[in-house]
Design a protein around this ligand. Structure first.
Ligand SMILES: NC(=O)c1ccc[n+]([C@@H]2O[C@H](COP(=O)([O-])OP(=O)(O)OC[C@H]3O[C@@H](n4cnc5c(N)ncnc54)[C@H](O)[C@@H]3O)[C@@H](O)[C@H]2O)c1
Length: 398
């Protein structure tokens, strides 16, 4: 079978963000190219034009395609012959830049892989969803934790009814790196995340609670109904929350909690989720992602390991593995799985086949609207002393 059949060639990638000293852009470039289905050929890598140019050799991007702005990049790429121009744009800039780049890329006809949270605020997310719906592009949102094999295993276990009715979802994302006021030391990643003008209405809740919330949605498919939330900034002078808990009422009567912290000493990227069903309970942690704990009353606890050849893995889980059991797969591979599913749709689109927009294996623009609605309602609830507010967003459910 050829690469990206029926295209039989690699997809051409452009990266926005990812300049020297940045974090997630590099991960996007590695994840996208991990399976040899894409090559990075162009970029507008930094908000600083000199650094944008200077960063290009780090990625092997040719001088002629190292652009100083995303606008220049889109215009120049559109002017290239079709067999040279980029197929998709990956967006790895701070939150306040996502919308303008994504909208311009979609309008120019390029597929998009955008990092989370999808936009700066809900109004931008709703507008972007309309633009995407009116186009034929593939739009993926990098809630990359959904790419872990055992996360996908759980999704299939839940949808096939193996866990029975889902009663409770407990998700938490606990970090400690913002325990002190790193933003005052001009630490790049801390500076924009704690600045309402660049991060959005929430701090930790926009940055990491959105991942935890999305993971529960992805694994269980439960539809949200209402939310009550309490957010707090514990570090003196910080303008946005660095700790918070949301309680979620789901439409089927289940209860969920999402806790996010960036002030817990020694905690790194502890994203953990537990799901209680009437027939069994599951626990998964991203810091130990190749193990899933499955418990049923009266039976010995089970540890389901990531093993592509084992009969206990379902097709969704096994299909997301690359290497045999015991060789650890982790962050890059999970991120790459998101790209793989998006590439399948990009190849379909390129050959004129229709693509599904809502029920995709990869997280998408609808998930992005849900995420932005979650942030907005959590902040509003917290401002009203944890009042219960709606969490069902009509536009996110076609
Ligand atoms: N999915 C994940 O696991 C994950 C992890 C970390 C960050 N993120 C998200 O990724 C985004 C970037 O986070 P980061 O930690 O890499 O930030 P960062 O500060 O390390 O890097 C941001 C980069 O974007 C560049 N940039 C800013 N404005 C630009 C513009 N107009 N044009 C071109 N480049 C521009 C900066 O110069 C920098 O190179 C954020 O939205 C964040 O929420 C996602």
């Amino acid at each position: 079978m050829g690469i990206n059949e029926p295209l039989n060639r690699k997809l051409r990638m452009a990266l926005v963000g990812g300049g020297q000293g940045s974090f997630i852009g590099r991960v996007h470039s590695i994840a996208a190219c991990l399976d040899n289905r894409a090559e990075l050929v162009a970029g507008a890598l930094s908000s600083n034009p000199e650094r944008a140019k200077a960063s290009a050799p780090d990625y092997g991007i040719a001088e002629s395609r190292a652009y100083t702005s995303y606008q220049e990049m889109l215009d120049s790429e559109l002017a290239l012959p079709e067999d040279q121009r980029i197929d998709f744009v990956s967006i790895a800039t701070p939150n306040h830049v996502h919308f303008e780049v994504a909208e311009a890329a979609v309008k120019a006809g390029f597929n998009v892989v955008c990092d989370k949270p999808m936009t700066y605020d809900l109004a931008q997310a709703e507008s972007l969803l309309e633009t995407v719906k009116n186009s034929d592009v593939v739009f993926a949102l990098s809630h990359n934790y959904t790419g872990y094999p055992l996360v996908r295993q759980v999704r299939e276990m839940v949808t096939s009814g193996e866990l029975g009715e889902i009663n409770a979802v407990r998700a938490q994302y606990i970090q400690g790196w913002l325990r002190t006021s790193l933003e005052d030391e001009d630490q790049k990643q801390a500076a924009w995340r704690t600045d309402p003008k660049r991060s959005g209405a929430a701090g930790a809740f926009g940055d990491i609670a959105t991942h935890a919330y999305n993971l529960g949605r992805y694994m269980t498919g439960l539809l949200p109904d209402q939310v009550s939330c309490h957010l707090k900034a514990f570090v003196p002078g910080r303008q946005l929350d660095d700790y918070g808990t949301a309680v979620i009422r789901y439409e089927n009567g289940a209860l969920g909690t999402v806790t996010a912290s960036q002030i817990s000493h020694g905690r790194e990227n502890d994203l953990e989720i537990e799901i209680d069903g009437t027939k069994g309970s599951l626990r998964w942690r991203q810091e130990n992602p190749n193990e899933l704990i499955y418990r049923q009353n009266g039976k010995a606890h089970q540890i389901i390991t990531r093993d592509p050849n084992a009969s206990f893995m379902n097709p969704m889980g096994a299909g997301a593995c690359r290497i045999p059991a015991g060789h650890p797969e982790a962050f890059f591979e999970a991120f790459a799985n998101l790209y793989v599913a998006a590439f399948d749709d990009m190849a379909k689109r390129a050959s004129g086949q229709p693509i599904e927009r809502h029920d995709t294996v990869y997280t998408n623009c609808y998930d992005g609207v849900e995420g932005m609605y979650f942030i907005q309602q959590c902040v509003a609830s917290s401002n009203e002393n944890a009042a219960w507010l709606p969490l069902k967003h009509e536009a996110a459910r076609p």
